[in-house]
Design a protein around this ligand. Structure first.
Ligand code: GDP
Ligand code: IMO
Ligand code: MG
Length: 429
């Protein structure tokens, strides 16, 4: 028995949802452990497309979903998503979905602060999803957050709201944004309580039992290593740790049992929001990648910035993220391009770097060092075995494996669930 932990190896939207859905056929439980409804995971199954933000992708396969304590949960968004996927025919009940009782809640005031601060930043904005993720994590570490379990204690809610509003209304007023009324928030929380509490439990206990019973657990990361609050392109990052180690702390599970760590990376690279992106393309090829890859944010609909595969970045993500093998997605988007480039390192103010250093100005100044490879004339689209791949596509993949110093375990060749080639079984460890 081995578990599998899936994380993003670039700046998000690598296809984690599709990969988790594919792997979930052989898992018993799927666990989200960080992030919130800033995530947007798209699964294409036959003629149905599921867009999941908070719900673990295994629910589409009828597998039990667990939302761990490391996730920030907006009750309104969770209930809306449950209703949306139920309308698509999925079963989501307290029998199939469990929510950590110690998970932090996102309240309407968090989104308000998120947006007001972005407006105040002007040109220097981070380009957040505006969903209150950062402010909710700030409240968590400041020890004033309202958590799922508090919904069962009206007095606790009332006390915590006093402290929260003292802090946040001061801030909102300073930013020139409308403030929040305690009674309105309290009524809202009390109305959510009976809808949310049936899902709540100490999920660490269920996970421990599952581990002892030899069940297979799949950990589904959101965002990606380069958006990690410590290891990413700070401050242009999200507010959680996205590396594999977070799966343990974010669900209350043994770090020694996280299993094989799979990093997901596109065959090229994208980013939404602001921040450095050394291999970004500002030309026709970049536009073409965006169009062919349908690179529009699942959550915000914003066009994603596109560029060539950055092997230095992925190699760094592999090392800090604890990634043991890579799933390369969307290779089909490169079909028909005459020539491909791979970024192998950076020149920063005249010096060569094999990694992206941490300082902001150095990151912004990073110029890519390119390696050029031939494109392929055949097609990879929808291929389901390595034998179907053009020789130059295999060459591209093998060269990337050398540069990133890690094996490519799976290759995906289209959005559909089964457009997937297994090169090695991650559950075998
Ligand atoms: P996630 O956030 O990492 O789960 O990724 P998103 O769902 O936000 O974005 C990935 C997009 O690429 C989705 O629209 C997927 O349906 C799509 N996709 C996934 N794998 C492939 C692939 O191999 N080829 C193509 N063309 N699209 C893919
Ligand atoms: P999935 O799980 C891509 C980006 C935002 C912004 C930064 C901070 O679908 O890969 P936040 O709202 O988290 O405070 O925004 O992080 N971002 C993502 N980019 N995919 C995601 O999730 C993202 N979640 C957040 O665009 O740049
Ligand atoms: Mg996404």
């Amino acid at each position: 028995m081995a578990n599998v932990t899936v994380i993003g190896a670039q700046w998000g939207d690598e296809g984690k949802g599709k990969v988790v859905d594919w792997l979930a056929s052989r898992a018993d439980l799927v666990v989200r452990f960080q992030g919130g409804h800033n995530a947007g995971h798209t699964l294409v199954v036959g003629n149905q497309t599921y867009k999941l933000s908070l719900l673990p992708s295994g629910l589409v396969r009828g597998k039990m979903g667990i939302i761990g304590n490391g996730v920030v949960v907006d009750p309104e968004a969770l209930l809306a998503e449950i209703a949306r996927v139920r309308a698509q025919g999925l079963t989501v009940t307290p029998e199939t979905l469990r929510l950590a009782e110690n998970a932090t809640l996102i309240l309407p005031l968090h989104a308000a602060i998120d947006r007001a601060r972005e407006t105040a930043r002007g040109e220097k904005k981070i380009g957040t999803t505006g969903r209150g993720i950062g402010p909710a994590y700030e409240d968590k570490v400041a020890r004033r957050a309202i958590r799922v379990c508090d919904l069962a204690e009206p007095e606790t809610l009332s006390d915590k709201l006093d402290e929260l509003l003292l802090h946040h209304n001061t801030l909102l007023a300073g930013l020139g944004a409308p403030t929040f009324d305690k009674q309105v928030l309290l009524d809202q929380l009390l109305a959510w309580a009976p809808e949310i509490l049936p899902y709540a439990e100490p999920v660490w206990e269920r996970l421990d039992e599952a581990r002892r019973a030899g069940k297979r657990i799949l950990f589904e990361g959101a965002q990606a290593v380069m958006l990690d609050v410590d290891h990413g392109t700070y401050p242009y990052v999200t507010s959680s740790n996205t590396v594999a180690a977070t799966a343990a702390a974010g669900s209350g599970f043994a770090p020694s049992a996280l299993g094989f760590v799979l990093g997901i990376a596109k065959a090229y690279c994208t980013r939404v929001g602001s921040g450095p992106f050394p291999s970004e393309l500002h030309d026709e090829t970049g536009r073409l990648l965006g169009e062919r890859g349908r690179e529009f944010g699942t959550v915000t609909g914003r066009p994603r910035r596109c560029g060539w595969f950055d092997a230095a970045l992925v190699r760094q993500a592999i090392k800090v993220g604890g990634i043991q093998g890579i799933v390369m997605t969307k290779i089909d988007v490169l079909d028909g391009l005459k020539e491909l480039r791979i970024c192998t390192g950076y020149t920063i103010n005249g010096a060569h770097y094999s990694y992206l250093p941490a300082a902001m100005r150095a990151q912004a100044a990073a110029q890519p060092v390119w390696e050029t490879l031939p494109g392929w004339s055949g097609t990879t689209k929808g291929a389901r075995s390595t034998a179907e791949l053009p020789a130059d596509a295999v060459k591209y993949i093998r060269r990337i494996e050398e540069l990133i110093e890690a094996p490519i375990i799976l290759l995906t060749t289209g959005p559909e669930r089964d457009d997937t080639i297994m090169m090695r079984d991650p559950f075998e460890g």
